[in-house]
Design a binder for this molecule. Structure first.
Ligand code: SF4
Ligand code: SF4
Length: 291
């Protein structure tokens, strides 16, 4: 079983549109949406949920007013100013958004009035889609630990791939180079970096390529909307040659991509332009290299 992660140094490069098209072109694969802060692959793959569960991570201090003797020690000790005194009632409580789950107040409360349950942070889903199975998740607004949720999505994708004997997992990674991206690429068999021909696209490509190289992940690069700046595209191709990275394709700008998104379809099933052929060629090249 192989795992390919589609990433980009920044959002808006067309990473998810490409991932959805790759999924549409495949049979018996597992697709994992690891962009848990803004998951949107499900909007075009129309998944039918077969199982789901809550994602819990970290802990939250909760004061039991029946046990609390209002000594104020927790307020004094909390470095994050998450403990609040209601001056009218004289009762203490913990602001959920302020609590960092350090556990200091729990440890030092003289009457053990503070509970420390796991924090409910989001939800994961396993679904059936036309190409096989899909795993995606939703982080609750304001919740943290997206890297941990990414790891959970990848773990569930692997379990589903084993169950269905799928040869490939296609991961839609998060944008950027932060913790969720690291959680998406570590241990993967290959990373496809989708970039666009702009100064920031070139810069972000180099940053995310350095990250993937650090984790010894074989890298493949493609340029989306290459014809909006052919000169910059040539620069990116040269960068790939100079840094020993495989340049595996470029895709024309095509207004059908936006229309496909608006209509909740993948680009390859919706459009007929040059871009469709290029996406198919790109996917075939990648499969030849990876599988
Ligand atoms: S330390 Fe315990 S008893 Fe004291 S105010 Fe906080 S919760 Fe109440
Ligand atoms: S667990 Fe830590 S951050 Fe949360 S209220 Fe207690 S002392 Fe503050």
């Amino acid at each position: 079983m192989k795992e390919i992660v589609v990433i980009s140094g920044k959002g808006g490069t067309g990473k998810t549109s490409l991932t959805a098209s790759f999924a549409f072109l495949s049979k018996n694969v597992v697709v994992a949406d690891c962009d848990v802060d803004a998951a949107d692959l499900h909007l075009v793959l129309n998944p039918k949920t077969i199982s789901r569960g809550r994602f819990k991570s970290g802990n939250l201090a909760v004061i039991d007013p029946a046990k609390c003797i209002s000594c104020g020690k927790c307020e004094l000790l909390c470095k994050f100013e998450a403990v609040i005194l209601n001056k009218k009632t004289g009762k203490y409580s913990v602001a959920e958004t302020g609590c960092e789950g350090c556990g200091v107040c729990v440890r030092f409360c003289p009457v053990q009035a503070i509970g420390f349950p796991e924090r409910d942070c989001g939800e994961w889903f396993v679904s059936e889609v036309s190409c096989g199975k899909m795993v995606h998740a939703r982080l609750d607004s304001g919740a943290e630990n997206s890297g941990k949720l990414v790891s959970l999505v990848r773990k569930k994708a692997k379990e589903e791939a084993e169950k269905s004997k799928a040869q490939l997992i296609i991961v839609d990674g998060p944008p950027g180079i932060g913790c969720p991206v690291i959680a998406s690429v570590t241990g993967a068999d290959a990373a496809l970096i989708v970039t666009e021909p702009s100064l920031s696209g070139e810069h972000d490509l180099e940053r995310v390529a350095d990250l993937a190289k650090h984790f010894r992940i074989p890298i493949y690069v493609c340029v989306n909307k290459w014809d909006i700046n052919p000169e910059k595209t040539r620069g990116i191709e040269q960068y790939c040659v100079d840094s020993g990275v495989f340049f595996c394709g470029k895709i024309h700008y095509d207004k059908n991509v936006t229309e496909a998104q608006v209509n909740g379809r993948t680009v390859v099933e919706y459009g007929e332009g040059a871009c469709v052929r290029e996406i198919i060629n790109l996917w075939e090249t990648l499969c030849r290299k990876i599988l």
